[in-house]
Structure formats: structure tokens, C-alpha cells
Design a protein around this ligand. Structure first.
Ligand SMILES: Nc1ncnc2c1ncn2[C@@H]1O[C@H](COP(=O)(O)OP(=O)(O)OP(=O)(O)O)[C@@H](O)[C@H]1O
Ligand SMILES: [Mg+2]
Length: 283
């Protein structure tokens, strides 16, 4: 396991409410926009390179947010800092006013090849965050069964990660992140290594999970079409030192599907995002 995973695993401290109830809250009305994750005064430097200077950000509750920005602007670093995987130089992150330690966070790593424990079967990987919280084995198994039904998993979860395809491994990573019913879930370019068919299928299942649970979802995407398609709000980031150039509200109805990609509103929103992006990257 890489050191980042180790840190995340350590971060998932047992909470007093070991296993949240099965009835997840209904997704809030889009109009009820309320900050869930609040970042204030974030500063981060690597050597003499300034990544974030006194950066503030509010991520809305119960919505899907995508981050889109140029390579190296600090998207991965930002979500890693929010999740506590790497330190900030200064600043504060709160989740509904609570600290990170008081919050259940899900995280899907960009590189699924390094993200799963190779010595654990897929089902045990998914159960891992639950077992870490002291959830009894039978309850953890039941939760895996729920996720299998939700994600319509057809392959055998008693296999080891290296016996699975890339798409299957990424699905296992996503199920592991969702197993403890996180309050917020972060996905760093979750589809970048997948083929188009696997991407479409996992996107669709993620959307269904989101619509059912209303979990606050933050996705980094390097594909503008995908960033708009997935999001309720696209956060367009600038070059370093990084700012939010614009938050674009995507008012497209859900469930979205391939037909969404040709709708005039979708095409217009994507064109607007591209315009802002090009302006900011050329500055
Ligand atoms: N541990 C580190 N030490 C030094 N510099 C780092 C470190 N981690 C990241 N950086 C630098 O910080 C900047 C932002 O990196 P980060 O990986 O967050 O960017 P990103 O927006 O996710 O990029 P990409 O789109 O390529 O994934 C880059 O210039 C990178 O080289
Ligand atoms: Mg990155």
C-alpha cells in the first residue's frame, strides 16, 4: 500500500456512531444551496512555488461539484489537503462546521492500480473502512451486498484486485469509498484510465447513487465534457497561484445520459466553460 493510502486508512478513525442507518437522507432541492465544506485562508507552497495564497472556497452540500483546471494548477493537492492526506501551510477546513476527524470522508484515488490492497480480496477491500470502524463482520458483509446490488456488480468479489480488469478495480475502489456512507466523497480523475464503455457504465451508476443518497460529491476531471456532464456546479480553476475563475451552475435535469451531450443547454454551458478556461490559461 502506498503511504497516501496508509494515511487515509489511519484517518478513518472509528466514530461513536459506528454504522450509519441504511435510510440515507433524500437529495436536497437544488435551490437549497448551503455550504458543506468550507475552506478559509488556505496557503500552500512547494519550495518557492506558490500554489494557493489565502484561498477561500465553499463547496455546496448535496451537490456534485467538478474541478476543472490546467495541469499542475493544484487540483489533486487541493483535495488531498481537504482530506488531510497532505498538510496545508496555513488555513482551515471545516465540514458543516465540524473537523475532518469528526467527518466520514470517502476518497477514490486517480490511480486504481495503487489504490487497492493487493493481498485482500475485492470484498475485503470494500469492507476495510467498515472493519476499521469496528463494524461487525456480518454487517460489513451486508453492506457489501447492498453495494453489489446498487452497482449491479456481475463479477466475483472473491477475487484479488490483480485478477480484475481496470474498470472492475475502479468500481471496487468506488464501492470501498462509499461503504461507510460518507458525508462527502472525493474522486480524483476516476475515469482517466478507463475505456469509454467502462466510463459510461460507472458514471451512470455513480449518478444513480448520487440521486438516491444526495451525498456531497467532488470530482476532479481533466475532460471538460465530462466535467459539465457530471456536475451541478463546475469550478473552473486558474493557473497558479490558483483561484476559482468562475463557478458555473449546470441546470441540466437528472438522470443525464448520452442524449444530454447534444442538448443545446449542455453545448452552451460547455462552450462557456471553454471560453473561461482559455481566457484564464492564456493570462
Ligand atoms: N510533493 C510535492 N513536492 C513538490 N511539488 C509538488 C508536490 N506535489 C505537487 N507538487 C507540484 O504542485 C503543483 C500542483 O500539483 P497537482 O498534482 O496538485 O496538480 P493537478 O492540478 O492535480 O495536476 P494534473 O492535472 O496534472 O493532475 C505541480 O506543479 C506539482 O509539480
Ligand atoms: Mg491531479
Amino acid at each position: 500500500m502506498n503511504p497516501v493510502n496508509e494515511t487515509l486508512a489511519m484517518n478513518a478513525v472509528p466514530t461513536p456512531l459506528a454504522f450509519p442507518p441504511a435510510n440515507e437522507p433524500a437529495a436536497p432541492e437544488p435551490s437549497a444551496r448551503k455550504a458543506h465544506v468550507t475552506i478559509r485562508g488556505l496557503t500552500k507552497r512547494f519550495g518557492d512555488q506558490s500554489l494557493y495564497e489565502n484561498f477561500d472556497l465553499d463547496l455546496p452540500r448535496g451537490r456534485v461539484v467538478t474541478f476543472f483546471g490546467p495541469n499542475g494548477c493544484g487540483k489533486s493537492t487541493l483535495i488531498n489537503m481537504i482530506c488531510g492526506l497532505i498538510p496545508m501551510d496555513a488555513g482551515e477546513v471545516l465540514f458543516d462546521g465540524k473537523t475532518r476527524e469528526e467527518t466520514t470522508i470517502g476518497y477514490v484515488f486517480q490511480n486504481y492500480r495503487d489504490a487497492l490492497f493487493p493481498w485482500k480480496k475485492a470484498a475485503d477491500n470494500i469492507q476495510y473502512p467498515l472493519r476499521l470502524r469496528g463494524v461487525p463482520k456480518a454487517d460489513a458483509r451486508r453492506r457489501v451486498e447492498e453495494l453489489v446490488a446498487e452497482f449491479e456488480v456481475k463479477f466475483d468479489l472473491n477475487r484479488y484486485p490483480w485478477e480484475l480488469s481496470g474498470g472492475q478495480q475502479q468500481l471496487v475502489s468506488i464501492m470501498r469509498a462509499l461503504a461507510p456512507r460518507p458525508e462527502v466523497v472525493f474522486l480524483d480523475e476516476p475515469f482517466s484510465a478507463l475505456d469509454y464503455e467502462a466510463t459510461l457504465s460507472i458514471r451512470e451508476r455513480l449518478q444513480a447513487t448520487f440521486m438516491r443518497s444526495g451525498v456531497t460529491t467532488v470530482i476532479v476531471s481533466h475532460d471538460l465534457e465530462e466535467a459539465v456532464y457530471l456536475a451541478d456546479e463546475v469550478f473552473l480553476l486558474t493557473k497558479r497561484p490558483t483561484r476559482v475563475a468562475e463557478v458555473v451552475d449546470v441546470g441540466l435535469a437528472r438522470p443525464r445520459g448520452v442524449q444530454t451531450l447534444s442538448q443545446p443547454d449542455f453545448v452552451r454551458t460547455r462552450a462557456h466553460c471553454l471560453e473561461v478556461f482559455q481566457r484564464e490559461v492564456r493570462r
